[in-house]
Design a protein around this ligand. Sequence first.
Ligand code: PLP
Length: 829
Amino acid sequence: MTLPAPRELAALLDGELRGTPPEQPLRAVAIDSRRVLPGDLFVALGGRHCDGHDFVAQAEGAGASLVVLRRDRCPDSGPGPGCAHLLVADPLLALQRLAAWYRRTHIRRVVAVTGSNGKTVVKTALTALLAGRFRVASSPGSWNSQVGVPLAVLTAPPGTELGVFEAGISAPGEMERLEAILQPDHGVLVNVGLANLGSFGSRAVTAREKLRLFQGMDAHSWVIAPDDPLVNALPLPCRRIHPGAGPPRLLGQRSRGNGLLLQLDLGGCQAQVTVHTRSRPLVDDLLIALTAAHHLGVPAAEMAEVLQDYTFGPTRMETWRTPEGITIINDTASDDPLSVQTALATVAAFPEGGRRLFVFGGMGDLGPCEQREHALIGRMAAEQGFSGLLLLPHPARSHTAAAWNGCHPAQAAQELADTAALRERIRQMAEPGDTVLLKGAARQELSSAARAIWESMAPRRLLVDLDAIRDNITRFRALCGPEVAILAVLKAWAYGTELPRLAAALQDSGIDWIGVSAADEGAVIRRAGVHRPVLVMLMDPDEVDKAVRWRVTPLIYSLPFAQALVRTLQSMGAHLEVHLEIETGMGRLGVAPEEALAAARLLRDSGVVTVTGVMTHLAGADDPAADDETRAQLERFDAVMARLHQELGTPLLVHAAATSGAVRFPQSRYGMVRLGLGLFGLHPSPAVAEAIELELAVAFISRLVQVREYGRGQRIGYNGTYVVSAERQRIGIVAAGYNDGVPWRFSNRGEVMIQGRRLAVLGRVSMDSMAVDLDPLPEATVGDEVLIFGAYEGQVLRPEQAALQAGTIPYDLLVQVDGRRVQRIFRGG
Ligand SMILES: *Cc1c(COP(=O)(O)O)cnc(C)c1O
């Protein structure tokens, strides 16, 4: 992020500077005082729920260099030490003007995406399609509002070739402001629905307002817009492209398993791809993204490659299936009537037998059309063959209910008090084979309800708490200081969690670098919209072309690898930045200290490589008994570094520490630390645990599937290694075994937790189940959740201790949790 200096900023924003701002450049922009880091620009925004002006002192305490605030809300005491105030008439307007400046200065071209629903789907797909061609940055999540758009623009790194940003409006007049920020070169109008009709008055006005996003374009620009008479009637200053009018075109589609097999003409080649959705509207959105990618010059073969096994992000027809065979569809991203109708039609067309249940939260802001549209949805659900309608509170829900009941379905509409009642009702009603669709306003609530329903039925899951991870990053930042960058090590599919999801979330939390093992993993996260620098720590020499294409930084870990890399780059005529690994005592990878100079020269003189970083890896930084060896490793590294600095003469990012080094050896932090285990709140060793407190961010959970009492002498599990010795003992069976990632060594020694109580594992762990002692917890019943390790709803079972019981290390415990059998669930973020 390269922001103007405070004085230029004052001129740019028509502000009045109070106090003397620090010399160093502003780091980043923050609007949440809890997320402020030293050197930040804090903008105090007045919100519905809280007002940034109340948190100015907090932002200053966290190290903000400059605070933008309203002239009439400026504290009499003036700015605190090391901070200045910039007084403006309207901080939101100031943020938007700063973003407009940033867009002009640092982003070459912008594609702006608007529409009533499907914006995020189109943006995400387009980002994936473009990532192999351009330096792309796109809006995180669905940041498309008056606050979201400027923040999204400000997250794009300088040098962005293509920004893909969403713009959403809910009232007339808003789009002009977004247009002034984005200054789009090209545009996409996904559709014009009925959302916010209360504010717009009619669909025609909605369409007109949305098209204002493109008013500054010229004849060289294009807008992809639906072939909708209402839109066609409105003028555009640029070329208008209807999706499907030319290639890319959909030639055919049919169901295949849980997805759709698409036959596509991509212009230049035909492709057959399977997408993991059965929603035709989502395929339409995908086609819009393909059309935009085509016009931006992405070749057909590259599009086909990205489409293979394409998955859509969360909350758009997100489909979960319970082991009993109940399907839950969470489609809460949009509550536009159009989107509700298409979701109903999509689910109705599913090939499965079984009943369809519709959970409806109503639709927001439809003005005079509210009653009619709500009745229409009730009638449509009945006509499409849904067998149950469950309604959450909404002012117009009686109209939906009346229309449904008027169509004589087998069961009258059920009006529920809240999502807790909903969960209970679904649990009673749903049977194997049923499909439950959740849709409507109160998205957040409905989306959590969908997840809770599914969680309550899923036997095994690994919860990943993104807020806890974010918290840990903040703690490491505080520990290491603002000058030390943080690289998140996401090898092993992000320590067994989910690589693209976690990488995107970490980028939004302001992590500086991401580390993976292979260039292919770099591709995965680039397609997920990650634009941060990526270090590939164990790249195959065959992957050089991928490294170039995906703009990742290989780690040079041997002389032969350096030679192979240089040869390939020279033959390709390509260039790469690399980091050099020095072996200082780990006995694993890296060039020996005596080879380091030769390696550096070879790379520098090749003309195809720039060495931008040098690193080593510590073997025993977690272990106090090895502290002498750790210090010796660092001395060897320092000696090599002194010569390398001299030899290369260019700035180098130096790094040595993983979690343990970062915590226990301040001298090993250099310019960056590489954190893996610590991000998840796990400690590599007791010595590390003593030195830093972290928030546990994972939980491995299963359920009790049987509770039974046995008499004395009963043998439990394979080979009868546990025998009941009491007269009677209550024993439960947990639906998780060594095939799911429970260590087999838990046999007769591990512990699990139910309702906060520790319970012993009895007998041998089976492939998919294990027995536990329920005598300490007489109230335990079938269906109870069982914590195998981690932190969950106030219960804590330390993974480090579980690892110890299993005779392994926490790293191994975490990555063994099976990716197919144990559903990953992300919370927070
Ligand atoms: C795995 C790894 C890390 C991260 O280690 P943690 O102990 O999980 O923080 C850092 N650097 C390298 C080279 C690694 O292989």
